[in-house]
Design a binder for this molecule. Structure first.
Ligand SMILES: *[C@@H]1O[C@H](CO)[C@@H](O)[C@H](O)[C@H]1NC(C)=O
Ligand SMILES: *[C@@H]1O[C@H](CO)[C@@H](O)[C@H](O)[C@H]1NC(C)=O
Ligand SMILES: *[C@@H]1O[C@H](CO)[C@@H](O)[C@H](O)[C@H]1NC(C)=O
Ligand SMILES: *[C@@H]1O[C@H](CO)[C@@H](O)[C@H](O)[C@H]1NC(C)=O
Length: 491
């Protein structure tokens, strides 16, 4: 009896000891995530990136065009004033403007990447950058055949101050894998970045790559061989090959943060697959298989704010959290029927994490409203939301995301309304989403197959309509009876 009590006492002591020591040793760090600058050097002149004519282009940008340098400079300046001493900056690509190929060139493309690189260096002279290239960093956009030596030579030169090690700079040149060293606490993390362009279904002018697998093999081997983490060694050659991705690896236990330009998840509310589906499937499979090693994914590309779970099934443990950061460019894009895409504000994101474990604790999303900035003559950057506070969760883990998604399963729930506003980088209730959009957000946050997502959206809408009817029936008995009997006849 005493023995049991004594053991129990020890356990309780140990339990609180662990909690307290955990608190005491919490080593909190921060990193920025910034994406999709899309610099247009013709903004305010010929405005080559503008999808619609803009008669009075404001100094801070216009939703029909890519970013003027002033907007890029202001976004970096605001980051440097909010958190100048972040541990590192994730920079997930797409620096060149959306300019049609005939009017564009590799030289101008490189000029734009260099202009953004210089702007970052000016504002963060001592901060490590972890870059990955996007589909608009290649020329022509969306196209690679694996022989972009001029592009790689140039960007690796531009980024050499961050990569430092001459051997890694060489690796970078050979297809842009490199392993920059994190400045402090480098004991805990190692970083690799690879920006080889994924097999991305691009524009009409893009020929299909003749031999994908050969293409991958030659790029990936050199980057990974020196790494002792056997499992990572197995994962990475393929992962790095399928996408433009960087891995940040703590040395022990082996955990990774994955960054890249394009997420393998399904975008919403426009349901489609960014990847050729065979590569997307392979990518998702690997990511779920090794999900216990993955702390989180960070991507850009969609210009909007969202999060998802990359998972095998909805309650399973093979799952990792995915975060998509909004763009700096305010460009709305064009939808399939030719109308303007959704309006959204430029944003930058600050992530708070545990330096010892890499665990992601919270992020704060900042934004500026360019209509207001153009009017005032200066850009005011505000906090749009804190992830923890907005969704009332303790951290950025899969279980927190599942808690939010459970709430979002209810149409017009508070979490859903927030997700749908934050998607366009607007304050809550700034946007009201249709039931179809809500279904798309909910389904695409959990599924990675286009057809399954479409079916899920159908069920979400159907479930909502059924509930509206039963709610209505509770008040109007006659209608209820009629509608029920009609329904019975149908089935
Ligand atoms: C962008 O330009 C259009 C057309 O000139 C104008 O109506 C709109 O207000 C501008 N938007 C911003 C954010 O400046
Ligand atoms: C690859 O693409 C570059 C740039 O478009 C082009 O100059 C080169 O000829 C291509 N090489 C092959 C082998 O197709
Ligand atoms: C996941 O859990 C929820 C609630 O606990 C349950 O309704 C659902 O059926 C489960 N899904 C699967 C695939 O097991
Ligand atoms: C920006 O602010 C203006 C008021 O200055 C407001 O009318 C507009 O809706 C805001 N735009 C966005 C995208 O939040």
């Amino acid at each position: 009896m005493w023995n049991i009590l004594y053991t129990l006492f020890l356990r309780i002591l140990l339990f609180f000891g662990v909690i307290l020591s955990g608190e005491a040793h919490a080593d909190v760090g921060y990193f920025w995530h910034v994406s999709d600058f899309h610099y247009d050097d013709t903004y305010g002149k010929t405005g080559q990136s503008c999808s619609f004519p803009v008669s009075h282009p404001g100094p801070f940008g216009n939703g029909s065009c890519d970013s003027p340098m002033q907007l890029i400079e202001e976004s970096l300046k605001s980051m440097a004033s909010i958190k100048p001493d972040a541990d590192f900056i994730l920079w997930t690509g797409d620096n060149a403007a959306h300019i049609p190929t005939p009017e564009f060139s590799l030289k101008r493309n490189l000029y734009m990447i260099n202009a953004v690189t210089s702007a970052i260096k000016r504002n963060f002279p001592n901060t490590l950058l972890i870059p990955s290239l996007g589909n608009h960093d290649f020329f022509p956009a969306d196209y690679t055949n694996g022989t972009e030596s001029e592009l790689y030579d140039s960007v690796c030169q531009m980024w050499s101050a961050w990569i430092k090690d001459p051997e890694q700079i060489n690796n970078c040149r050979r297809g842009n894998h490199h392993r920059p060293r994190l400045p402090d606490h480098s004991r805990h993390y190692e970083c690799r970045s690879n920006s080889a362009l994924l097999p991305y279904p691009g524009n009409h002018h893009r020929p299909r790559l003749p031999d994908h697998s050969r293409h991958y093999e030659c790029r990936t081997n050199s980057a990974l061989l020196p790494y002792p983490g056997i499992i990572i060694g197995h994962v990475s050659p393929i992962i790095l090959a399928i996408m433009n991705v960087g891995l940040i690896l703590p040395s022990f236990p082996t955990q990774v943060i994955i960054i890249g330009h394009v997420s393998p998840t399904i975008p919403a509310p426009f349901v489609l697959n960014w990847f050729y589906s065979q590569y997307q499937k392979r990518y998702v499979k690997l990511m779920t298989l090794f999900s216990d090693l993955i702390i989180a994914h960070h991507y850009g590309h969609e210009h909007k704010d969202s999060f998802k779970i990359l998972q095998r099934d909805e309650n399973g443990s093979e799952a990792s959290p995915v975060f998509l950061a909004p763009s700096v460019t305010p460009l709305r894009g064009i939808q399939p029927k030719g109308e303007q895409g959704t309006r959204h504000n430029p944003g930058v994101r600050l992530v708070k994490y545990d330096r010892q474990t890499g665990k992601h604790l919270n992020y704060r999303q900042f934004y500026t409203n360019i209509t207001e900035a153009n009017h005032l003559g200066r850009a005011v950057w505000r906090e749009l939301y804190s992830f923890q506070d907005a969704y009332n969760v303790p951290d950025m883990s899969v279980s927190s995301l599942r808690k939010i998604l459970k709430d979002m399963a209810k149409p017009f729930s508070l979490s859903m309304l927030k997700y749908c506003s934050f998607y366009t980088v607007t304050p809550p209730l700034g946007e009201v989403c249709s039931i179809k959009q809500q279904g798309a957000f909910w389904c695409a946050a959990q599924l990675t197959n286009v057809q399954e997502t479409e079916d899920c959206i159908f069920r979400y809408i159907h479930g909502f309509k059924a509930n509206v009817r039963s709610w209505f029936c509770a008040r109007e008995r006659v209608v209820c009876k009629n509608s029920k009997s009609q329904n019975d006849r149908k089935s």
